[in-house]
Design a protein around this ligand. Sequence first.
Ligand SMILES: *[C@@H]1O[C@H](CO)[C@@H](O)[C@H](O)[C@H]1NC(C)=O
Ligand SMILES: *[C@@H]1O[C@H](CO)[C@@H](O)[C@H](O)[C@H]1NC(C)=O
Ligand SMILES: *[C@@H]1O[C@H](CO)[C@@H](O)[C@H](O)[C@H]1NC(C)=O
Ligand SMILES: *[C@@H]1O[C@H](CO)[C@@H](O)[C@H](O)[C@H]1NC(C)=O
Ligand SMILES: *[C@@H]1O[C@H](CO)[C@@H](O)[C@H](O)[C@H]1NC(C)=O
Ligand SMILES: *[C@@H]1O[C@H](CO)[C@@H](O)[C@H](O)[C@H]1NC(C)=O
Length: 227
Amino acid sequence: MTAGSACGWAAVVLGVVCLVLQFDSISCNFPMFGTVNQSVTFPIASSVPFTEILWTKNRDKVVEWEAGSPVRVFPPFIRRVHLDTTSGSLTIFNLTYSDEADYKLDSLSSGDTLFTLKVIDPLPSPTLNCTLAAEDITVNCRIPESYSFTQLLNYSWNCFPALCKNGSNMSEVVIKRNNDLSQEIRCTVNSPLSKQTSLLVLATCVPAAPVDQYFKMIKCIVTKLFK
Ligand SMILES: *[C@@H]1O[C@H](CO)[C@@H](O)[C@H](O)[C@H]1NC(C)=O
Ligand SMILES: *[C@@H]1O[C@H](CO)[C@@H](O)[C@H](O)[C@H]1NC(C)=O
Ligand SMILES: *[C@@H]1O[C@H](CO)[C@@H](O)[C@H](O)[C@H]1NC(C)=O
Ligand SMILES: *[C@@H]1O[C@H](CO)[C@@H](O)[C@H](O)[C@H]1NC(C)=O
Ligand SMILES: *[C@@H]1O[C@H](CO)[C@@H](O)[C@H](O)[C@H]1NC(C)=O
Ligand SMILES: *[C@@H]1O[C@H](CO)[C@@H](O)[C@H](O)[C@H]1NC(C)=O
């Protein structure tokens, strides 16, 4: 019952399924993401107070605690974790790529809960680029190639459907050149942990119109005359 309530709560929050295993124990495996150099918290909400807690990383001890004793932290987590002995939640600070692993809470009070941690880079801002064709402008939303987690990303555009047609993939839209190009469009990139938005004024995609150039020329002459 107690195992079920802890898992059940987390499952509601994280939208993940628990598997009922033999011995009537319940095991959940929650995917978690953390950003390198930042922190991550494995959330636990037990309905009963803990009397002892053990967190392991791939079976190695991370923290251990028993009621009445201080929390014991094991390398390489010394000064890098916080155990909330009330909720059972574990926080790891200053994440490194080598923290990527399976973390398990072992406790008689709450049953076992497993988290699979993936450590990713902070999401960079996208750059918007356009390519011109006779009738169309294709706008591309790119994340720098140095970012190695592109398979976790999705893209969205704020752009009226009448203006923007889907390109060959989510990171691309196609716009007819005869539209009002004074508008700007925005691309938002979502990672599991954050999002970044960049914008582009469509007019910057097309060469300045002859009329604009004419006005610029006049302005230039006038400026020179009055200097
Ligand atoms: C993480 O922190 C280290 C040391 O402070 C730094 O060298 C590194 O660039 C940081 N990485 C990222 C992705 O912020
Ligand atoms: C570790 O994280 C703490 C809190 O998030 C931060 O204040 C500190 O600068 C970080 N240390 C390093 C070496 O990145
Ligand atoms: C895309 O934009 C970057 C700068 O934002 C520029 O250096 C690059 O040449 C552009 N690429 C294309 C194909 O337009
Ligand atoms: C364009 O993509 C969006 C989101 O992926 C989708 O809902 C929509 O139906 C697509 N429209 C066309 C014309 O393919
Ligand atoms: C979308 O398509 C363009 C061109 O076809 C390609 O360069 C780009 O890598 C693709 N992006 C994604 C996220 O698949
Ligand atoms: C895009 O990713 C975010 C975070 O990973 C998610 O919340 C959102 O539902 C995703 N949207 C689509 C259309 O897949």
